[in-house]
Design a protein around this ligand. Structure first.
Ligand code: MN
Length: 233
């Protein structure tokens, strides 16, 4: 059939709530510092324009509803942090999309974790080098089942939370986003052409902290299936 000199990488995909069909992942865009209190805990004012980084599609680990998954504690770090985030799934591509038109391009929403090797990220920041090693490592993006937008309720005002071993570490509300979902889509689509299959991790609220092997993380957003992730040693 195909004529490749090495095996082609498989398509990473996510389950879709209420469907047997799956969502194929193309790119994973991430927004930095999109909640004031998190920007402040990272030493910034919270009043800057949005900025973006990427994770490879195969960093995504599907976390089906009602099922605990495991991710490996990654190499090189001594400070693996959790960042609970709303994930926006793009269903219709485009460029220079106005914020007011953004919802037409959104297929649905999911709960995700932007796992971060904070020590490596901090070192790269200090040196003015790219963040890839801190953010874009293997299994760095557990993402739950995608809920179609029409079934997700009032996502712009939903509660978002992360518990570690039953204790709440992060808790906020999506109304606290500095840049709204529509504004993120507008900014992103001015810089890149969005396409079906793109995911956008929209930033994390305050309370980021370290996890260790054996920890059990439960991420939740009102109206979406929760995710449960165990850190393997
Ligand atoms: Mn993040």
């Amino acid at each position: 059939m195909s004529n490749f000199v090495v095996p082609a990488a498989p398509t990473v995909s996510l389950p879709v709530v209420g469907s047997d069909a799956r969502f194929p992942v193309r790119r994973v865009y991430c927004v930095g510092r999109n909640y004031v209190a998190h920007a402040q805990e990272m030493g910034f004012s919270g009043r800057e324009p949005p900025f973006f980084f990427l994770k490879p599609a195969d960093a995504v680990v599907p976390a089906p509803a009602g099922q605990a998954i495991g991710i490996d504690y990654p190499p090189l770090t001594k400070d693996l942090h959790h960042e609970i985030e709303l994930v926006v799934a793009i269903g219709e591509g485009g460029k220079q999309i106005a914020a007011a038109d953004a919802m037409r391009h959104v297929f649905g929403y999911a709960v995700g974790l932007d796992m971060t090797r904070r020590d490596l990220q901090a070192d790269m920041k200090k040196q003015g080098r790219p963040w890839c090693i801190g953010k874009a490592f293997d299994q760095s993006a557990p993402v739950g089942a995608i809920t179609p937008a029409k079934d997700a309720g009032d996502i712009a005002h939903a509660r978002i939370a992360l518990q570690v071993n039953g204790e709440t570490r992060q808790q906020s509300d999506l109304s606290q986003l500095i840049w709204s979902i529509g504004e993120i889509v507008e900014h992103l689509s001015n810089a890149w052409t969005l396409a079906p299959g793109d995911l956008i991790m929209t930033g994390t609220p305050e309370g980021v902290a370290a996890v260790v092997p054996g920890d059990r993380l439960v991420g939740s957003i009102e109206g979406l299936p929760s995710i449960e992730v165990r850190i393997r040693g």
